[in-house]
Write a new protein. Structure first.
Length: 465
């Protein structure tokens, strides 16, 4: 039974029915396609020289349990239409969540009205037609999870209970959550392109607190996948969350020094995220990137190889085409440390005098090739230094590459973890950090679109007491 005190956020009246994926979408894919065609036709009738639209429909369910009691149950259902119209090279955008004929036409009219008052832009327009996707392979991205609220509550309770059972020092919790989400979309433009597909994304997470009074520490763990069967067992998620919280107890402070820094896999992906931002079209044509004009030049150490792979089955960022319908392709971004490619959509590509790379909307599955050493092997290679397990703050300057983040983690001597540390700052410049990556671990973690193992940096400034 649902606890009487539970907060319930809901858009439908019945919450305890098992979701039937075949009937859960508000509209069929055929309906979305017809809506897209109608939008393109109406825009043309109203004088648009070109038009693109995306029609989407989705829903999700989220349950959170804290200390064994149901804290929140949320169910959301979303739908939307986005329209971009062109009058020559003048562009207007508008959106709506109302699928009625009147609202759809009003949205197109609003986009046209905006376009009429917008300055002409030589780089505006749809992608080149020959770059549009013409084949639509199935990457196995849709796996409905027929999960009732009662089942979700039970999973969350089991996850949290596993954390409490792991160690007596776990005495509080921020809760365990079970989330399921399904969506479908259709993108179409006046060049004749139309394509779309359904997707799913499910996750389970747990955050717990160890210790008492001023000696408390918090940590968490989560697992997500397209297919719920590929999510870690709830007991495993709870166990890992508990172990990560307990190991941070009795943290110490450090003095200021320069030492090697090992980014644990969950935070190592953030280093790659800064790189993606620096070599993406918007940053490049605005000249607001610390990696300007570096194509064909070494930006990482020679042991770094990065690929953008859009066709991984069940990949969290897989797709046959990007947000503009441009065909995606497997690309080598960095080879032996040398920058081989950017992330460009049509507009930024024209600004730079280049071609779209099929990355309107960002990177796909970005894979940093793992090395041969596991986490323990990286510790031994480092010998003495700092392991970073948590980053705080946003101290990154994307223009200069200056990097300063609050951090917590562990001090290492003789290749072994000695004790936890906190209230420290790590600093450097990303250009130097990338060039001094000594190794990437084999402990690859899949928790998003950017996948890499732990990253060992040869030398960074660590500021403490």
């Amino acid at each position: 039974m649902i606890a009487p005190s539970a907060k319930i956020v809901c858009e439908i009246h019945v919450m305890n029915t098992t979701l039937n994926s075949k009937s859960s979408f508000s509209h069929s894919s055929d309906t979305l396609r017809q809506l897209a065609r109608d939008i393109l036709q109406y825009a043309k009738q109203q004088g648009a020289t070109a038009c693109a639209t995306e029609v989407s429909d989705g829903f999700g369910q989220a349950v959170t349990v804290r200390q064994g009691e149901v804290e929140t149950i949320e169910y959301n259902r979303d739908k939307g239409i986005g329209v971009s119209v062109f009058l020559g090279q003048k562009r207007g955008n508008a959106s709506t969540s109302d699928f009625s004929t009147k609202s759809v036409r009003d949205t197109v009219d609003a986009a046209l009205s905006i376009a009429r008052y917008t300055a002409s832009d030589d780089c505006a327009g749809l992608p080149e037609q020959h770059m549009l996707a013409t084949e639509f392979p199935d990457f196995d991205l849709y796996h409905p999870w027929a999960l009732s609220v009662e089942q979700a509550i039970e999973f969350a309770r089991e996850c949290e209970q596993a954390a409490f059972a792991r160690d007596k020092r776990i005495n509080n919790s921020e809760g365990a959550s079970v989330n399921m989400h399904e969506a479908q979309f259709v993108y179409a433009n006046s060049l004749g392109f139309i394509g779309g597909f359904p997707t799913s994304r499910h996750s389970i997470s747990c955050a717990v607190i160890a210790g008492k009074n001023e000696a408390m520490q918090r940590d968490y763990w989560y697992s997500e996948a397209r297919n719920a069967r590929e999510i870690l067992k709830v007991e495993e998620i709870g166990r890992i969350a508990a172990e990560r919280a307990v190991r941070r107890l009795n943290s110490r402070k450090l003095g200021t020094m320069q030492v090697p820094v090992l980014y644990e896999a969950p935070v190592a992906a953030s280093l790659i995220g800064h790189f993606v931002g620096a070599v993406s079209g918007g940053s490049l044509y605005r000249k607001s990137s610390f990696l300007l004009d570096q194509l064909g030049k070494p930006v990482f150490s020679e042991n770094i190889h990065i690929e953008d792979i859009p066709d991984i089955p069940r990949g969290l960022a897989s797709g046959a085409f990007d947000d503009e319908g441009v065909k995606t392709r497997h690309r080598v971004i960095v080879e032996k440390g040398v920058l081989q490619g950017y992330f460009l959509g049509s507009y930024s590509a024209r600004k730079l005098g280049m071609k779209s790379t099929g990355n309107s909307g960002g990177n796909h599955n970005l894979i940093v090739r793992p090395g041969k050493l596991d986490f323990d092997g990286l510790l031994k290679k480092m010998g003495r230094g700092l392991v970073v397990t948590e980053l705080l703050g946003q101290g990154v300057n994307p223009v200069t590459g200056d990097y300063s983040r609050g951090a917590a983690g562990f001090w290492v001597e003789h290749g072994e973890i000695q004790y936890p540390v906190e209230e420290i700052t790590i600093a450097g410049n990303l250009k130097d950090i990338y060039r001094h990556i000594a190794a990437v671990g084999s402990d690859v973690l899949v928790q998003g679109s950017r996948q890499c193992g732990s990253i060992l940096v040869e030398n960074m400034m660590v500021a403490g007491q």
